[in-house]
Design a protein around this ligand. Sequence first.
Ligand code: ZN
Length: 549
Amino acid sequence: MPLTCTGSDPVILSPMKADLVVRGGRIFTAEPSASFIDAVAISGHRIVAVGDEAETAVATSTHVIELDGALATPGFIDAHVHPATSGLDKLRCHFDEADDADSAIEIIATYATANPDRPWIIGAGWPQSWFQNGCPARELLDRVVPDRPALITNTDGHGAWANSKAFEVAGITRATLDPPDGRIERLPDGSPQGTLHEGAIRLVERHAPEDTVDDLEAGLLRGQRELLRYGITGWQDAIVTEKIHEAYLRIAGDGGLIGRVVGAMWWDRNRGLEQIHELVARRERTAERFRPTSVKLMLDGVVENFTASMLESYLDESGQSTGNEGIDFIDPEELNEIVVFLDDHDFQCHFHAIGDRGVRNALDAIEAARKRNGPSGNRHHIAHIQVVHPDDIGRFVALEAIANAQPLWANNDDYQTELTRPFIGEERFRRQYPFRSLLVDGARMGMGSDWGVSTANVMEELHVAVTRIWTDDQEPFGPDEALDPIDALTAFTAGSAYINHAEKDTGSIAAGKLADLAILDRDPLREGSFRETQVAATIVGGEIVYEGK
Ligand SMILES: [Zn+2]
């Protein structure tokens, strides 16, 4: 810093000259002291000055980014995302250009014709709303892929669509039993209908060629490009398998990893505590910008196929209880033991919990760890938090459990109106995604996209976080739970940085921090909305790594 004090007068010893100065608009800092400043100066990888002092750091050699009234923010940190597999999906059969079942089928037909040598047709990304009851039939797929197996997962990855050839190769008939963690959708005669839910996907998938590390490396590079274009400069990868781990190390080794990443290593629920040895060994395999220090525990499925774990039963179409309360992917007693153990080994637990019993199981397990191990700095966090029982809201702050919100889902889309509302009833419907209640109660919150389940576009997610509306014809979804824009921005920057144990260096704009910033094309807090806003440039460590057209 150029200032030093002698007596009472500050004396400028050497005027600082910055490499890069951003000015000419508002800069959101995510710092408690001042939410907005009007200039930031960067030298090398770090922020060296903010405000007036940054303005005076402009020299002839300084690169100046004039905001022209637009907003700049700390680089966004996506606390739950799957860049390797989602990037890979973009390199395969995907439905970005489709808007209904017919166009999806056409895309599959075109892809199959264009790829005659692929032994399987693998793809992803159809929404359940395109098909009756969310369950596409195998005959539809047979029409365009009759000769080889096809397996195409839906947008959330909790369901998949297979053709007759795939069922044949997997040996699935009317005699095949459902696995304990999933369901084969069936025709009245018991034969497979074409849709597989949750763990049943594996019955087919295990016969398909596995993704190689090369595939995943290509996917991760493609995925990183997608994240950078949305101003995302760091993330928590929500499922790091051994191969994805390897892909990160390779890319980082080649100097190609730009984002700052914490990896959540997959907990194999079909194995026991002995897998801790592998996780401990893998935790040592780090690289610059990649630290696999978290463990992902998948506690339940999703509401739309009745696999989210609920405290009370799902309803049938006439509103009567079905007796089905969903699935606990990990038995709660066993979960307590696992979390006590992981916490004791200084791992962070990253839970997937959708239903109110899933969320409660996660909180109970964290409580068990607190009781047994005392306080820890492991910062366990619960992703998705769709249905939360009111009694559990206050437990987040008490247990230092962090809410990891995917705000885009909190709108009245078809998933909600057609596949959720009738089957969980009004009372539970109304208490979904209680983001504001959690914040008001004092809970910490980070945010993420869950891309490829949803878009990685932070602006679209923030739009729903603050309005609870996606399309303008929608009724707001639980409008009391809408967030103040400053709170939402803070969650997607400083909040997620905290989850990643990265708040000392990232997540906010202050002198001394790493220069990770997103430059927007307008100031959505003053003009238009987040939804209309684009990211104009992304800066990581003082380098411009993405520039919009
Ligand atoms: Zn996910």
